[in-house]
Design a protein around this ligand. Structure first.
Ligand code: SAJ
Length: 412
């Protein structure tokens, strides 16, 4: 079938390329530069295997800025929180849906993959589609939220089980014909339930990271190593404590719980969890400034991506960490082997650590596990380390002459 995929971002582009293995796909994006780059094979998304997949399917994959008639239209546009209001910003979904309505024909399938507040499909998307003059029932509609984790996007898109929330039986059948690349099980439900399931998943993660962070703060007060305690607790067959850290970043876990909390009254735990996670930056910066003493002093931030081994800095806790350290009067340098541009220019590791007074590991990139503390100690003015992700062997660093604090082990 001919498929148009709207939004060539972190999820839309990989989805379009996977669909192009079995269908004739047109990727549609409102940004002409992005369209031109994708056309030339300069992909705006860096994920294992994506360049190879692009090379494999490029014959069946076109890109453009305008909606086209197609058998299936897949909407994968972003749904952030509007910065000024903190309210879900559905303008991209709305405008992509309006574009689809202009070319919609009876028997077409429309799929919304973007994560949306409860009720968006039947309250906003379907009525816009019906404004085309084609009625629901004549066209098919389904909500099929993605579940792929950045860094493993393609593998997870193929292997993970998926939920399809379909408007009716025909919509379900059409959606099953579309998602031929999915090797996981596909579970059918209705549209509202599928929207809720996606929000439950990311909210579950946020609340559980908050619990891990609260355990870390408690362990610090009690002089217990939370990392050892976590491993021991996770020996229990029904316990899975997540990892504490300097805060939760990315555009999903930080945003999606608020889609639920703002829509439904009974949101106390969800909002509290958000607050706990947001408070971790302040907690981590206090440990860093405690180590550094009064300015002037130089702090080197290792890692600005929102999590390990990715290049994405959206809503990263590193940004408020850097800003707060700068505002407190410290000279801040940043290093990240995965991130090319950031508000502070990245430098080589050697430059970033030269004469520094403290290293702060903010992102758990694999590269930081193998740093050589002896070589680093020689380059620094004061060999101090704040490890907010518990990635290094702290004893080895102490042996190399470092003063080390690890978030959650009783030393912070
Ligand atoms: N984090 C911790 N401790 C942990 C796990 C994560 O502090 O134990 C932090 C990370 O460092 C990062 C943030 O949480 O800053 C979010 O990272 P993540 O790996 O938990 O999640 P995302 O945002 O990369 O991807 C999530 C995934 N959702 C779930 O795991 C329920 C992914 O499957 C979704 O597809 C994605 O959101 C999405 O697009 O919704």
């Amino acid at each position: 079938m001919k498929v148009c995929v709207y939004g060539l971002g972190h999820i839309g582009l990989p989805t379009a390329l996977l669909l192009a293995q079995d269908h004739a796909v047109v990727g549609v994006d409102v940004d002409p530069d992005r369209v031109a780059n994708v056309r030339e094979g300069d992909l705006p998304v860096s994920e294992p295997g994506i360049d190879e997949l692009y090379a494999e399917v490029r014959e069946d994959f076109a890109v453009t800025t305008e909606a086209e008639p197609a058998d299936a239209h897949v909407l994968v546009t972003p749904t952030p929180l509007e910065e000024a209001t903190d309210v879900p910003d559905l303008r991209a979904v709305r405008s992509a849906t309006e574009s689809v309505a202009e070319v919609l024909r009876p028997d077409d399938l429309v799929v919304l993959e973007s994560t949306v507040p409860p009720g968006t499909g039947e309250g906003l998307v379907v009525p816009i589609l019906e404004s085309s003059g084609v009625d629901a029932g004549e066209f098919s509609y389904a909500h099929c939220p993605e579940r792929a984790i950045p860094g493993r996007t393609l593998v997870e898109m193929i292997d993970n089980h998926r939920v399809v929330g379909a408007l009716d039986e025909a919509s379900l059948d059409r959606a099953l014909e579309l998602y031929t690349f999915v090797e996981g099980e596909i579970h059918a439900t209705d549209v509202a339930a599928a929207e809720f399931v996606k929000l439950m998943e990311n909210t579950h993660r946020d609340v559980n990271i908050a619990l891990a962070n609260e355990f870390a703060r408690m362990a610090e007060e009690l002089g217990v190593d939370v990392h050892e305690a976590r491993e021991l607790a996770n020996e229990h067959p029904r316990v899975d404590v997540l990892r504490p850290g300097p805060g939760v970043g990315g555009h999903c876990i930080t945003v999606d719980p608020q889609f639920l909390a703002q829509r439904v009254g009974s949101d106390r735990l969800i909002s509290l969890a958000r607050d706990v996670n947001e408070s971790m930056v302040g907690h981590t910066i206090r440990s860093a400034t405690d180590m550094l003493g009064s300015p002037p002093a130089t702090l080197t931030v290792l890692g600005v991506a929102y999590k390990g081994d990715v290049s994405d800095t959206r809503r990263t806790p590193a940004l408020p960490f850097v800003r707060r350290a700068q505002n407190a009067g410290y000279d801040v340098r940043v290093h990240d082997p995965h991130v090319e541009s950031f508000t502070v220019d990245p430098e080589s590791l050697d430059e970033a650590v030269a004469d520094s007074d403290c290293l702060a590991i903010v992102t758990d990139h694999s590269e930081y596990e193998d740093l050589d503390p002896t070589a680093l100690a020689e380059r620094m003015a004061t060999p101090q380390l704040l490890d907010s992700r518990a990635v290094v062997d702290d004893e080895a660093w102490r042996d190399a002459g470092f003063v080390v604090r690890v978030l959650g082990d009783g030393t912070c």
